[in-house]
Design a protein around this ligand. Structure first.
Ligand SMILES: NC(=O)C1=CN([C@@H]2O[C@H](COP(=O)(O)OP(=O)(O)OC[C@H]3O[C@@H](n4cnc5c(N)ncnc54)[C@H](OP(=O)(O)O)[C@@H]3O)[C@@H](O)[C@H]2O)[C@@H](O)CC1
Ligand SMILES: [K+]
Length: 456
Protein backbone atom coordinates (compact mmCIF):
# COMPACT_ATOMS: atom_id res chain seq x y z
CA UNK A 1 0.00 0.00 0.00
CA UNK A 2 2.81 2.39 0.87
CA UNK A 3 4.62 1.58 -2.37
CA UNK A 4 1.44 2.09 -4.37
CA UNK A 5 0.89 5.48 -2.68
CA UNK A 6 4.48 6.46 -3.43
CA UNK A 7 3.89 5.88 -7.14
CA UNK A 8 1.10 8.46 -7.00
CA UNK A 9 3.21 10.97 -5.05
CA UNK A 10 6.11 10.57 -7.51
CA UNK A 11 3.81 11.18 -10.44
CA UNK A 12 1.83 14.01 -8.84
CA UNK A 13 3.69 15.58 -5.88
CA UNK A 14 0.79 17.87 -4.87
CA UNK A 15 -1.85 15.13 -4.85
CA UNK A 16 -4.16 15.34 -1.84
CA UNK A 17 -4.67 11.68 -1.02
CA UNK A 18 -5.56 12.49 2.55
CA UNK A 19 -8.28 14.88 1.39
CA UNK A 20 -9.74 12.15 -0.81
CA UNK A 21 -9.56 9.62 2.01
CA UNK A 22 -11.24 12.06 4.42
CA UNK A 23 -14.00 12.84 1.91
CA UNK A 24 -14.78 9.13 1.59
CA UNK A 25 -14.85 8.72 5.38
CA UNK A 26 -17.21 11.71 5.72
CA UNK A 27 -19.43 10.37 2.94
CA UNK A 28 -19.83 6.95 4.57
CA UNK A 29 -20.30 8.58 7.99
CA UNK A 30 -23.16 10.70 6.64
CA UNK A 31 -24.74 7.64 5.06
CA UNK A 32 -24.63 5.43 8.14
CA UNK A 33 -25.51 8.16 10.67
CA UNK A 34 -27.27 11.01 8.84
CA UNK A 35 -27.79 13.19 11.90
CA UNK A 36 -26.67 13.72 15.48
CA UNK A 37 -23.26 14.46 16.96
CA UNK A 38 -20.11 12.72 15.73
CA UNK A 39 -17.17 12.00 18.01
CA UNK A 40 -13.86 11.64 16.18
CA UNK A 41 -11.08 9.85 18.06
CA UNK A 42 -7.73 10.85 16.64
CA UNK A 43 -4.26 9.29 16.83
CA UNK A 44 -0.79 10.73 16.26
CA UNK A 45 -0.24 9.86 12.57
CA UNK A 46 -1.87 10.18 9.17
CA UNK A 47 -4.77 7.95 10.15
CA UNK A 48 -5.61 10.69 12.62
CA UNK A 49 -5.13 13.18 9.77
CA UNK A 50 -7.85 11.43 7.77
CA UNK A 51 -10.10 11.64 10.83
CA UNK A 52 -9.43 15.35 11.37
CA UNK A 53 -10.16 16.33 7.78
CA UNK A 54 -13.32 14.19 7.89
CA UNK A 55 -14.24 16.01 11.13
CA UNK A 56 -13.83 19.32 9.30
CA UNK A 57 -16.18 18.22 6.52
CA UNK A 58 -18.81 16.89 8.93
CA UNK A 59 -18.61 19.94 11.23
CA UNK A 60 -20.08 22.06 8.43
CA UNK A 61 -23.42 20.33 9.04
CA UNK A 62 -23.57 18.89 12.55
CA UNK A 63 -21.93 18.93 16.00
CA UNK A 64 -18.50 17.28 15.91
CA UNK A 65 -16.27 16.52 18.89
CA UNK A 66 -12.62 15.64 18.48
CA UNK A 67 -10.47 13.79 21.01
CA UNK A 68 -6.75 14.00 20.27
CA UNK A 69 -5.69 10.85 22.07
CA UNK A 70 -1.98 11.65 21.76
CA UNK A 71 -2.38 15.26 22.92
CA UNK A 72 -1.56 16.58 19.45
CA UNK A 73 -2.27 15.26 15.96
CA UNK A 74 -1.89 16.06 12.27
CA UNK A 75 -1.35 19.85 12.43
CA UNK A 76 -3.14 20.93 9.25
CA UNK A 77 -6.01 18.56 9.96
CA UNK A 78 -6.39 19.91 13.46
CA UNK A 79 -6.48 23.45 12.14
CA UNK A 80 -9.10 22.54 9.52
CA UNK A 81 -11.33 20.82 12.09
CA UNK A 82 -11.05 23.79 14.44
CA UNK A 83 -11.88 26.27 11.73
CA UNK A 84 -14.94 24.27 10.70
CA UNK A 85 -16.24 24.45 14.27
CA UNK A 86 -15.34 21.07 15.72
CA UNK A 87 -14.92 21.06 19.52
CA UNK A 88 -11.82 19.48 21.06
CA UNK A 89 -12.41 17.33 24.15
CA UNK A 90 -10.10 15.35 26.42
CA UNK A 91 -10.43 11.71 27.51
CA UNK A 92 -13.04 12.52 30.15
CA UNK A 93 -14.96 14.76 27.74
CA UNK A 94 -14.90 11.98 25.12
CA UNK A 95 -16.44 9.49 27.54
CA UNK A 96 -19.06 12.08 28.58
CA UNK A 97 -20.06 12.96 25.03
CA UNK A 98 -20.27 9.29 24.04
CA UNK A 99 -23.86 8.94 25.29
CA UNK A 100 -24.99 11.78 23.02
CA UNK A 101 -23.08 10.66 19.94
CA UNK A 102 -24.73 9.11 16.90
CA UNK A 103 -21.40 7.85 15.60
CA UNK A 104 -17.80 7.44 16.70
CA UNK A 105 -15.11 7.75 14.03
CA UNK A 106 -12.04 5.75 14.99
CA UNK A 107 -9.00 7.43 13.44
CA UNK A 108 -6.46 6.42 16.06
CA UNK A 109 -4.18 4.04 14.16
CA UNK A 110 -4.03 2.73 10.60
CA UNK A 111 -1.22 1.26 8.53
CA UNK A 112 1.38 2.39 11.07
CA UNK A 113 -0.18 0.39 13.90
CA UNK A 114 2.05 -1.92 15.91
CA UNK A 115 -1.07 -3.53 17.43
CA UNK A 116 -3.02 -2.88 20.60
CA UNK A 117 -4.18 0.44 22.02
CA UNK A 118 -2.94 2.87 24.66
CA UNK A 119 -4.86 2.21 27.90
CA UNK A 120 -7.12 5.27 27.76
CA UNK A 121 -8.13 4.43 24.19
CA UNK A 122 -8.71 0.77 25.05
CA UNK A 123 -11.03 1.88 27.87
CA UNK A 124 -12.86 4.15 25.48
CA UNK A 125 -13.23 1.36 22.87
CA UNK A 126 -14.85 -0.80 25.57
CA UNK A 127 -17.18 2.05 26.49
CA UNK A 128 -18.27 2.39 22.83
CA UNK A 129 -19.20 -1.30 22.77
CA UNK A 130 -21.02 -1.05 26.12
CA UNK A 131 -22.97 2.03 25.00
CA UNK A 132 -23.73 0.40 21.62
CA UNK A 133 -22.63 3.52 19.76
CA UNK A 134 -21.68 2.51 16.21
CA UNK A 135 -18.02 2.90 15.30
CA UNK A 136 -16.74 3.75 11.84
CA UNK A 137 -13.06 2.87 11.58
CA UNK A 138 -10.74 4.67 9.22
CA UNK A 139 -8.68 2.17 7.22
CA UNK A 140 -8.85 -0.50 9.93
CA UNK A 141 -10.20 -0.84 13.45
CA UNK A 142 -7.44 0.66 15.59
CA UNK A 143 -5.61 -1.99 17.55
CA UNK A 144 -5.37 -4.42 14.62
CA UNK A 145 -2.27 -4.77 12.46
CA UNK A 146 -2.94 -4.29 8.75
CA UNK A 147 -1.20 -7.39 7.45
CA UNK A 148 -2.26 -9.81 10.20
CA UNK A 149 -5.43 -11.62 11.16
CA UNK A 150 -4.54 -11.88 14.84
CA UNK A 151 -5.82 -9.71 17.67
CA UNK A 152 -2.59 -8.46 19.21
CA UNK A 153 -4.35 -6.64 22.05
CA UNK A 154 -7.27 -4.30 22.61
CA UNK A 155 -8.99 -3.00 19.48
CA UNK A 156 -12.13 -1.24 18.35
CA UNK A 157 -15.06 -3.30 17.09
CA UNK A 158 -16.32 -1.39 14.08
CA UNK A 159 -19.77 -1.42 12.51
CA UNK A 160 -18.18 -0.01 9.34
CA UNK A 161 -14.63 0.23 8.07
CA UNK A 162 -13.64 2.53 5.24
CA UNK A 163 -10.36 1.39 3.74
CA UNK A 164 -8.49 2.67 0.73
CA UNK A 165 -7.68 1.14 -2.67
CA UNK A 166 -7.63 -2.51 -1.54
CA UNK A 167 -8.49 -4.84 1.30
CA UNK A 168 -5.69 -5.65 3.72
CA UNK A 169 -5.15 -8.99 5.45
CA UNK A 170 -6.79 -7.81 8.70
CA UNK A 171 -10.05 -7.18 6.85
CA UNK A 172 -10.44 -10.73 5.67
CA UNK A 173 -8.53 -12.94 8.10
CA UNK A 174 -10.17 -14.11 11.29
CA UNK A 175 -10.28 -13.28 14.10
CA UNK A 176 -9.46 -9.69 13.03
CA UNK A 177 -11.99 -9.68 10.19
CA UNK A 178 -14.90 -9.93 12.62
CA UNK A 179 -13.82 -6.59 14.14
CA UNK A 180 -14.20 -4.72 10.84
CA UNK A 181 -17.97 -4.74 10.39
CA UNK A 182 -19.14 -3.79 6.92
CA UNK A 183 -16.23 -3.03 4.60
CA UNK A 184 -16.14 -0.08 2.23
CA UNK A 185 -13.19 0.00 -0.18
CA UNK A 186 -12.80 3.61 -1.30
CA UNK A 187 -11.10 4.53 -4.55
CA UNK A 188 -8.67 7.38 -3.80
CA UNK A 189 -6.79 7.12 -7.09
CA UNK A 190 -4.12 4.72 -5.86
CA UNK A 191 -3.69 1.69 -8.12
CA UNK A 192 -2.78 -1.56 -6.47
CA UNK A 193 -0.88 -3.48 -9.14
CA UNK A 194 -1.48 -7.24 -9.52
CA UNK A 195 -3.07 -7.70 -6.14
CA UNK A 196 -1.17 -10.28 -4.15
CA UNK A 197 -4.13 -10.86 -1.83
CA UNK A 198 -7.63 -11.16 -3.20
CA UNK A 199 -10.98 -12.09 -1.72
CA UNK A 200 -13.24 -14.25 -3.88
CA UNK A 201 -16.94 -13.40 -3.85
CA UNK A 202 -20.03 -15.46 -4.65
CA UNK A 203 -20.27 -13.84 -8.07
CA UNK A 204 -16.73 -15.04 -8.87
CA UNK A 205 -17.64 -18.58 -7.90
CA UNK A 206 -20.73 -18.47 -10.10
CA UNK A 207 -18.64 -17.15 -13.00
CA UNK A 208 -15.82 -19.67 -12.51
CA UNK A 209 -18.02 -22.72 -12.04
CA UNK A 210 -17.33 -25.12 -14.96
CA UNK A 211 -20.88 -25.58 -16.20
CA UNK A 212 -20.92 -28.29 -18.89
CA UNK A 213 -21.79 -27.23 -22.43
CA UNK A 214 -24.48 -28.82 -24.61
CA UNK A 215 -21.97 -31.14 -26.22
CA UNK A 216 -20.04 -32.21 -23.09
CA UNK A 217 -19.79 -35.95 -22.52
CA UNK A 218 -18.63 -37.53 -19.27
CA UNK A 219 -14.97 -37.23 -20.26
CA UNK A 220 -15.32 -33.56 -21.13
CA UNK A 221 -17.00 -32.95 -17.77
CA UNK A 222 -14.14 -34.81 -16.19
CA UNK A 223 -13.50 -38.19 -14.64
CA UNK A 224 -12.12 -38.14 -11.11
CA UNK A 225 -10.08 -41.08 -9.88
CA UNK A 226 -9.98 -41.37 -6.11
CA UNK A 227 -7.53 -43.29 -3.98
CA UNK A 228 -8.95 -42.42 -0.58
CA UNK A 229 -10.03 -44.07 2.67
CA UNK A 230 -8.60 -47.06 4.50
CA UNK A 231 -9.68 -49.93 6.71
CA UNK A 232 -9.59 -47.51 9.63
CA UNK A 233 -11.34 -44.68 7.83
CA UNK A 234 -13.69 -46.20 5.25
CA UNK A 235 -16.03 -43.22 5.64
CA UNK A 236 -13.43 -40.90 4.14
CA UNK A 237 -13.69 -42.80 0.85
CA UNK A 238 -17.47 -42.30 0.82
CA UNK A 239 -17.12 -38.63 1.65
CA UNK A 240 -14.63 -37.93 -1.12
CA UNK A 241 -16.85 -39.74 -3.65
CA UNK A 242 -19.84 -37.77 -2.33
CA UNK A 243 -17.93 -34.53 -2.86
CA UNK A 244 -16.87 -35.52 -6.37
CA UNK A 245 -20.28 -36.72 -7.58
CA UNK A 246 -22.40 -34.04 -5.95
CA UNK A 247 -20.29 -31.33 -7.53
CA UNK A 248 -20.84 -32.74 -11.00
CA UNK A 249 -18.00 -35.11 -11.89
CA UNK A 250 -18.59 -36.80 -15.24
CA UNK A 251 -17.62 -40.03 -13.49
CA UNK A 252 -15.98 -41.14 -10.26
CA UNK A 253 -13.51 -44.04 -10.36
CA UNK A 254 -12.53 -45.53 -7.05
CA UNK A 255 -9.10 -47.16 -6.73
CA UNK A 256 -8.61 -47.15 -2.94
CA UNK A 257 -8.59 -49.95 -0.40
CA UNK A 258 -12.15 -49.70 0.88
CA UNK A 259 -14.43 -52.59 -0.12
CA UNK A 260 -16.13 -51.80 -3.42
CA UNK A 261 -19.46 -53.07 -2.04
CA UNK A 262 -19.51 -50.28 0.49
CA UNK A 263 -18.83 -47.61 -2.14
CA UNK A 264 -21.36 -49.02 -4.60
CA UNK A 265 -24.16 -49.34 -2.04
CA UNK A 266 -23.98 -45.60 -1.45
CA UNK A 267 -22.87 -44.45 -4.92
CA UNK A 268 -23.90 -46.99 -7.55
CA UNK A 269 -22.58 -44.88 -10.43
CA UNK A 270 -18.99 -45.22 -9.17
CA UNK A 271 -16.68 -47.28 -11.36
CA UNK A 272 -14.22 -49.45 -9.48
CA UNK A 273 -10.60 -49.63 -10.64
CA UNK A 274 -8.14 -47.61 -12.70
CA UNK A 275 -8.94 -46.22 -16.14
CA UNK A 276 -9.06 -43.04 -18.17
CA UNK A 277 -9.37 -39.99 -15.92
CA UNK A 278 -8.70 -36.26 -15.89
CA UNK A 279 -7.77 -35.76 -12.23
CA UNK A 280 -6.77 -37.69 -9.13
CA UNK A 281 -7.61 -37.36 -5.44
CA UNK A 282 -5.19 -38.87 -2.93
CA UNK A 283 -4.77 -39.24 0.78
CA UNK A 284 -8.05 -38.44 2.54
CA UNK A 285 -8.55 -41.06 5.23
CA UNK A 286 -5.39 -43.03 4.51
CA UNK A 287 -4.28 -42.66 8.10
CA UNK A 288 -0.76 -43.87 8.75
CA UNK A 289 -1.13 -46.71 6.24
CA UNK A 290 1.88 -48.29 4.60
CA UNK A 291 2.72 -47.59 1.04
CA UNK A 292 1.81 -43.93 0.94
CA UNK A 293 4.99 -43.09 -0.94
CA UNK A 294 4.37 -45.75 -3.56
CA UNK A 295 0.80 -44.64 -4.08
CA UNK A 296 1.81 -41.00 -4.51
CA UNK A 297 4.61 -42.01 -6.89
CA UNK A 298 2.12 -44.09 -8.87
CA UNK A 299 -0.15 -41.07 -9.10
CA UNK A 300 2.78 -39.07 -10.47
CA UNK A 301 3.02 -41.56 -13.36
CA UNK A 302 -0.51 -40.71 -14.45
CA UNK A 303 0.70 -37.14 -15.07
CA UNK A 304 -2.73 -35.77 -14.12
CA UNK A 305 -3.70 -32.78 -12.00
CA UNK A 306 -3.87 -34.20 -8.48
CA UNK A 307 -5.48 -33.21 -5.19
CA UNK A 308 -3.21 -34.25 -2.33
CA UNK A 309 -4.96 -34.36 1.02
CA UNK A 310 -4.23 -35.50 4.56
CA UNK A 311 -1.59 -38.22 5.00
CA UNK A 312 -0.55 -38.23 1.35
CA UNK A 313 0.88 -34.75 2.01
CA UNK A 314 3.79 -36.33 3.87
CA UNK A 315 4.87 -38.38 0.86
CA UNK A 316 5.09 -35.64 -1.75
CA UNK A 317 7.46 -36.34 -4.64
CA UNK A 318 10.58 -34.17 -4.72
CA UNK A 319 9.98 -32.66 -8.16
CA UNK A 320 7.88 -29.55 -8.89
CA UNK A 321 4.19 -30.32 -8.69
CA UNK A 322 2.84 -28.02 -11.38
CA UNK A 323 -0.94 -28.29 -11.63
CA UNK A 324 -1.34 -30.09 -8.32
CA UNK A 325 -3.45 -28.87 -5.42
CA UNK A 326 -2.33 -29.54 -1.84
CA UNK A 327 -5.05 -29.21 0.81
CA UNK A 328 -3.48 -29.12 4.30
CA UNK A 329 -5.05 -27.75 7.47
CA UNK A 330 -2.87 -25.70 9.81
CA UNK A 331 -1.46 -28.74 11.66
CA UNK A 332 -0.50 -30.50 8.44
CA UNK A 333 1.04 -27.36 6.97
CA UNK A 334 3.07 -26.90 10.15
CA UNK A 335 4.42 -30.45 9.92
CA UNK A 336 5.29 -29.92 6.25
CA UNK A 337 7.16 -26.69 6.99
CA UNK A 338 8.77 -27.98 10.18
CA UNK A 339 7.23 -25.28 12.37
CA UNK A 340 4.50 -25.16 15.01
CA UNK A 341 0.77 -25.03 14.41
CA UNK A 342 0.59 -21.75 16.30
CA UNK A 343 3.21 -20.28 13.94
CA UNK A 344 1.01 -21.20 10.96
CA UNK A 345 -2.03 -19.74 12.69
CA UNK A 346 -0.16 -16.50 13.39
CA UNK A 347 1.34 -16.21 9.90
CA UNK A 348 -0.98 -18.10 7.55
CA UNK A 349 -0.20 -15.98 4.51
CA UNK A 350 3.55 -16.41 4.59
CA UNK A 351 3.26 -20.11 5.45
CA UNK A 352 0.84 -20.98 2.69
CA UNK A 353 2.95 -18.99 0.22
CA UNK A 354 6.10 -20.79 1.32
CA UNK A 355 4.71 -24.24 0.58
CA UNK A 356 3.32 -23.12 -2.79
CA UNK A 357 6.61 -21.53 -3.82
CA UNK A 358 8.63 -24.48 -2.61
CA UNK A 359 6.44 -27.25 -4.11
CA UNK A 360 5.26 -25.61 -7.33
CA UNK A 361 1.70 -26.67 -6.43
CA UNK A 362 -1.26 -24.53 -5.47
CA UNK A 363 -1.93 -24.81 -1.74
CA UNK A 364 -5.34 -24.56 -0.09
CA UNK A 365 -4.94 -23.93 3.63
CA UNK A 366 -8.18 -25.02 5.28
CA UNK A 367 -9.62 -23.39 8.37
CA UNK A 368 -11.88 -20.55 9.48
CA UNK A 369 -10.31 -18.43 6.74
CA UNK A 370 -9.34 -20.49 3.67
CA UNK A 371 -6.34 -19.34 1.67
CA UNK A 372 -5.21 -20.53 -1.71
CA UNK A 373 -1.64 -19.68 -2.64
CA UNK A 374 -0.08 -20.01 -6.06
CA UNK A 375 3.64 -20.57 -6.62
CA UNK A 376 3.82 -16.93 -7.81
CA UNK A 377 2.85 -15.80 -4.30
CA UNK A 378 -0.61 -14.60 -5.20
CA UNK A 379 -3.16 -15.59 -2.55
CA UNK A 380 -6.92 -15.77 -3.03
CA UNK A 381 -9.27 -16.11 -0.09
CA UNK A 382 -12.24 -18.39 -0.53
CA UNK A 383 -15.75 -17.16 0.28
CA UNK A 384 -16.15 -17.52 4.04
CA UNK A 385 -18.78 -19.80 5.51
CA UNK A 386 -20.36 -20.44 8.89
CA UNK A 387 -18.29 -22.24 11.52
CA UNK A 388 -20.49 -25.35 11.21
CA UNK A 389 -18.30 -26.65 8.39
CA UNK A 390 -15.46 -27.14 10.88
CA UNK A 391 -16.38 -30.78 11.39
CA UNK A 392 -14.57 -34.07 10.85
CA UNK A 393 -15.14 -35.21 7.29
CA UNK A 394 -15.60 -31.76 5.72
CA UNK A 395 -12.09 -31.89 4.34
CA UNK A 396 -12.76 -35.24 2.68
CA UNK A 397 -15.81 -33.88 0.88
CA UNK A 398 -13.79 -30.82 -0.12
CA UNK A 399 -11.01 -32.96 -1.60
CA UNK A 400 -13.63 -34.71 -3.76
CA UNK A 401 -15.12 -31.39 -4.92
CA UNK A 402 -11.67 -30.07 -5.81
CA UNK A 403 -11.00 -33.29 -7.76
CA UNK A 404 -14.11 -32.66 -9.86
CA UNK A 405 -13.07 -29.07 -10.53
CA UNK A 406 -9.55 -30.10 -11.54
CA UNK A 407 -11.00 -32.78 -13.80
CA UNK A 408 -13.24 -30.17 -15.42
CA UNK A 409 -10.13 -28.24 -16.35
CA UNK A 410 -9.88 -25.47 -13.76
CA UNK A 411 -6.33 -24.48 -12.84
CA UNK A 412 -5.32 -25.84 -9.44
CA UNK A 413 -5.58 -22.53 -7.55
CA UNK A 414 -9.03 -21.89 -8.96
CA UNK A 415 -10.22 -25.42 -8.15
CA UNK A 416 -9.12 -24.77 -4.55
CA UNK A 417 -10.88 -21.41 -4.31
CA UNK A 418 -14.08 -22.56 -6.00
CA UNK A 419 -14.20 -25.85 -4.06
CA UNK A 420 -13.69 -24.28 -0.65
CA UNK A 421 -16.12 -21.49 -1.49
CA UNK A 422 -18.95 -23.68 -2.76
CA UNK A 423 -18.80 -25.76 0.40
CA UNK A 424 -18.98 -22.58 2.50
CA UNK A 425 -21.86 -21.24 0.41
CA UNK A 426 -23.75 -24.53 0.76
CA UNK A 427 -23.32 -24.34 4.53
CA UNK A 428 -24.49 -20.72 4.60
CA UNK A 429 -27.59 -21.50 2.54
CA UNK A 430 -28.46 -24.58 4.60
CA UNK A 431 -28.04 -23.46 8.18
CA UNK A 432 -27.39 -26.69 10.01
CA UNK A 433 -25.55 -28.16 11.67
CA UNK A 434 -25.53 -30.74 8.89
CA UNK A 435 -22.88 -33.45 9.01
CA UNK A 436 -20.56 -33.28 5.99
CA UNK A 437 -22.23 -36.09 4.02
CA UNK A 438 -25.60 -34.36 4.30
CA UNK A 439 -24.11 -31.01 3.38
CA UNK A 440 -22.51 -32.71 0.36
CA UNK A 441 -26.01 -33.81 -0.65
CA UNK A 442 -27.00 -30.12 -0.69
CA UNK A 443 -24.26 -29.21 -3.15
CA UNK A 444 -26.31 -29.82 -6.32
CA UNK A 445 -29.02 -27.32 -5.35
CA UNK A 446 -26.38 -24.84 -4.19
CA UNK A 447 -24.53 -25.08 -7.49
CA UNK A 448 -27.78 -24.82 -9.45
CA UNK A 449 -28.80 -21.67 -7.59
CA UNK A 450 -25.32 -20.20 -7.85
CA UNK A 451 -24.94 -20.72 -11.57
CA UNK A 452 -28.52 -19.82 -12.55
CA UNK A 453 -28.19 -16.55 -14.38
CA UNK A 454 -24.39 -16.55 -14.25
CA UNK A 455 -24.33 -17.26 -17.96
CA UNK A 456 -22.43 -20.54 -17.50
N1 LIG B 1 0.38 7.76 2.98
C1 LIG B 1 -0.65 8.45 2.49
O1 LIG B 1 -0.50 9.32 1.72
C2 LIG B 1 -2.01 8.19 2.93
C3 LIG B 1 -2.28 7.64 4.16
N2 LIG B 1 -3.50 7.54 4.61
C4 LIG B 1 -3.77 7.27 6.00
O2 LIG B 1 -2.59 7.24 6.74
C5 LIG B 1 -2.53 6.07 7.53
C6 LIG B 1 -1.13 5.67 7.80
O3 LIG B 1 -0.55 6.73 8.50
P1 LIG B 1 0.80 6.58 9.32
O4 LIG B 1 1.80 5.93 8.47
O5 LIG B 1 1.10 7.93 9.82
O6 LIG B 1 0.44 5.59 10.48
P2 LIG B 1 -0.72 5.65 11.60
O7 LIG B 1 -1.38 4.33 11.57
O8 LIG B 1 -1.56 6.84 11.44
O9 LIG B 1 0.02 5.80 13.01
C7 LIG B 1 1.37 5.75 13.19
C8 LIG B 1 1.65 6.38 14.54
O10 LIG B 1 1.04 5.61 15.56
C9 LIG B 1 2.01 5.17 16.50
N3 LIG B 1 1.64 3.83 16.97
C10 LIG B 1 1.67 2.67 16.29
N4 LIG B 1 1.19 1.66 17.02
C11 LIG B 1 0.85 2.17 18.22
C12 LIG B 1 0.29 1.60 19.39
N5 LIG B 1 0.00 0.31 19.49
N6 LIG B 1 0.05 2.43 20.41
C13 LIG B 1 0.36 3.74 20.31
N7 LIG B 1 0.88 4.33 19.23
C14 LIG B 1 1.13 3.55 18.19
C15 LIG B 1 3.29 5.23 15.74
O11 LIG B 1 4.33 5.32 16.66
P3 LIG B 1 5.74 4.57 16.35
O12 LIG B 1 5.43 3.16 15.96
O13 LIG B 1 6.35 5.33 15.23
O14 LIG B 1 6.45 4.67 17.63
C16 LIG B 1 3.11 6.43 14.86
O15 LIG B 1 3.34 7.60 15.61
C17 LIG B 1 -3.33 5.07 6.74
O16 LIG B 1 -3.80 4.03 7.56
C18 LIG B 1 -4.44 5.93 6.19
O17 LIG B 1 -5.45 6.08 7.16
C19 LIG B 1 -4.60 8.07 3.81
O18 LIG B 1 -4.70 9.41 4.15
C20 LIG B 1 -4.34 7.92 2.35
C21 LIG B 1 -3.09 8.56 1.97
K1 LIG C 1 -8.35 3.39 12.52
Amino acid sequence: MRAAEQVVFDREPDVDLMGRAAAEVARVAAAVAPEGAVLVVVGPGNNGGDGLFAAALLAEHRPVFVWLTGGSGHAAGREAARRAGATEVDAVGALQSLADSALVIDAVLGLGSRGGLPLAVATFAEACAAAAVPVLSVDLPSGLVADQGLLPGASFSAAHTVTFAALKACHVQEPAASRCGRLHVADIGVDVPAATLRQAEESDIARWWPTPGATSDKYARGVVMLDTGSEHYPGAALLTVAGALNSGAGMARYTGRVASGLILTRFPSTVIGEGRAQALVLGSGWGETDGAEGRVANARLHALPTVVDADALYSLPEERLDGWLLTPHAGELARLLGCTRSHVEAHPLSCVRELARHSGAAVLLKGATQFVAEPSGRVTLAVAGPAWTAQAGSGDVLAGICGTLLAAGLPAWQAGVVGASVQAIAAARNPGPYPPDQLAARLPETIAALTAGAGG
